[in-house]
Design a protein around this ligand. Structure first.
Ligand SMILES: [Zn+2]
Length: 254
């Protein structure tokens, strides 16, 4: 098994397994127990489970996995998640045997209690930052989501982005509508299309790649959002207004 493994679940989810130096793994957002139990049968040892937010496609497998490991389930303070052993809050540092310390970041926007986990090498962003996109705003404001994305964009450029959905190719169509010319994205797309053709995940991405290609991380640069200007008929003045308009456009982009 490689250090990072994406177990496919449902239509387009990934359950990430991250193996530490002692051979046991952290499992992130097991929405379905089936793929994880399959991996356990093939030798996966679970040291801990990380939950990013309460949506069922991220927590649905928790109860069925309970008997398969002795470690803890970490997750945000949230009544809608049964089975959390250790509340993980913004600024917490988690010490998991066999791993570097994990930092917990509050990243509200997709949901109000969404958190992310990073050891600086890897970021588990749940449904906040996707490759070439970001999560829908089910409970948070554009302001909150923009601040959350800003926090993630501050991580080192080579931090591996492990998000929970295979949305990259459809996100790329929107990114191309927003920013028609972006050679970095063209190179990324070539790589991703090859991976998908062979049935491999488009992920993980990297923070530096996302800063160069993901329109939701590029609201600082109005010149990179020419498609937005064309769509609206004007360029919004502030980056928050640009982000808000981008997110609203994406919500009904087909
Ligand atoms: Zn979600």
């Amino acid at each position: 098994m490689t250090v990072l493994q994406a177990l496919p679940a449902f239509e387009d989810n990934y359950i990430w397994c991250y193996r530490g130096s002692e051979g046991a793994s952290i499992v992130v957002d097991p929405g379905d127990a089936g793929p994880v139990l399959g991996a356990v049968a093939n030798g996966l040892r679970i040291e801990a489970i990380f939950i990013t937010h309460h949506h069922n496609d991220h927590i649905g497998g928790l109860s069925a996995l309970r008997g398969t490991f002795t470690g803890a389930v970490f997750g945000p303070e949230e009544d809608r998640i049964p089975g959390i052993d250790c509340i993980a809050s913004n600024g917490d540092v988690l010490q998991i045997p066999g791993f570097q310390p994990f930092h917990v970041l509050a990243v509200p926007g997709h949901t109000r209690s969404h958190i992310a986990y990073t050891d600086r090498d890897v970021l588990f962003s749940g449904d906040t930052l996707f490759s070439l996109g970001c999560g829908r705003l089910f409970e948070g404001s554009p302001e909150q989501m923009l601040a959350s994305l800003d926090r993630l964009a501050e991580l080192p450029d080579d931090t591996l982005l492990c998000c929970t959905h295979e949305y990259t190719l459809s996100n790329a169509r929107f990114a191309a509508a927003v920013e028609p010319i972006n050679p970095d994205r063209d190179r990324l797309l070539e790589d991703i299309q090859a991976r998908r053709l062979h049935g491999r995940p488009s992920l993980p991405s990297r923070i530096g790649i996302e800063k160069a290609c993901n329109p939701f991380l590029r609201t600082d640069f109005p010149e990179s959002l020419s498609g937005l200007k064309q769509y609206l008929g004007f360029m919004p003045e502030s980056r928050l207004a640009r982000f808000t308009a981008l997110r609203a456009w994406k919500d009904q982009f087909r």
